[in-house]
Design a protein around this ligand. Structure first.
Ligand SMILES: Nc1ncnc2c1ncn2[C@@H]1O[C@H](COP(=O)(O)OP(=O)(O)OP(=O)(O)O)[C@@H](O)[C@H]1O
Ligand SMILES: [Mg+2]
Length: 250
């Protein structure tokens, strides 16, 4: 797709068998929180989401930042041309990466100001050197939330990016196995508007991901069965599954 094409992620297939996608330039779906118990399908969801992006957008127009503390989610993607930085596996590198994204966001805002553009879409329509969208995909976010210092640093950066990064074309997709109030804090929740709940371990976890009194994620079937929340709308979908991924270098 050309640089000006909307960047959409595949969320899943609905009960009619149609693919449901989310547009990252939409304020309701610009950043995502993904939660679910072990084996519910979070990592597979992230992998198919990532494929849905790179299959349609060239590395010139799209950069991907991957954070993988478990080191098992993205092995096939370690060498791909879309990488914004080498796959991050340690907490200090995760903080550095988020710092870099904040700096990139600020510098983009300055460029937009100089050219009188409100956001990446308008900037890319007029600029001879379009800027790539950057999607940061973070698996097992809770693994980094145990130490207070790291937690504070990460939270601060998520807050900064959550508030302003959409217009700059930078997007966060954050998954966690433990959607407890201590890990998915109000700051994180209020800055990640798009929600995907796979099967949760409890009704309380379901409420944390989907908000309010929504307990239904606790009764999903697992293995990619999910609830997708976009603004006030809740949809039941089946996540895509991509096995045997091979990225060919061109
Ligand atoms: N969309 C899907 N369709 C069919 N099966 C799936 C789907 N997603 C996941 N599964 C099955 O569920 C298993 C677990 O999925 P996955 O590794 O993504 O879980 P997870 O939520 O990341 O678990 P953990 O929290 O332990 O990392 C997969 O190995 C696969 O067999
Ligand atoms: Mg996983």
């Amino acid at each position: 797709f050309p640089a000006t094409a909307p960047v959409k992620i595949a969320v899943g297939v609905n009960l009619e068998g149609q693919l449901v996608e989310a547009d990252l330039s939409d304020p309701n779906t610009c950043h995502f929180l993904v939660g679910g118990t072990t084996g519910s399908g979070k990592s597979e969801f992230l992998r198919s989401l990532l494929l849905s992006l790179i299959i349609r957008h060239s590395p010139k127009h799209l950069k991907i930042a991957l954070v993988d503390p478990k080191r098992v989610t993205f092995p096939e993607f370690e060498e791909m041309q879309w990488l914004y930085a080498p796959v991050v596996k340690e907490s200090d590198r995760a903080i550095a990466l988020m710092d870099e994204l904040v700096t990139e966001m600020e510098s983009r805002y300055q460029q937009f100001e100089k050219t009188g553009c409100a956001d990446l879409t308008t900037y890319n329509q007029t600029s001879r050197q379009p800027l790539p969208r950057i999607v940061c995909i973070f698996d097992e976010y809770a693994d980094f939330m145990t130490e207070k210092e790291i937690r504070t640093a990460l939270e601060l950066n998520i807050k900064r990016l959550g508030a302003k990064a959409r217009a700059a074309g930078i997007h966060l997709i954050i998954a966690t196995q433990r959607p407890e109030a201590k890990i998915v804090t109000p700051i994180i929740r209020s800055n990640l508007p798009g929600r995907v709940a796979l099967r949760t371990a409890s009704e309380a976890d379901s409420k944390i991901i989907l908000g309010g009194t929504e307990t239904t994620a606790a009764y999903l079937l697992g293995k990619g069965d999910l609830l997708y929340q976009n603004a006030a709308k809740l949809q039941r979908l089946q996540s895509l599954l991509a096995s045997n991924i091979q990225i060919l270098s061109t």
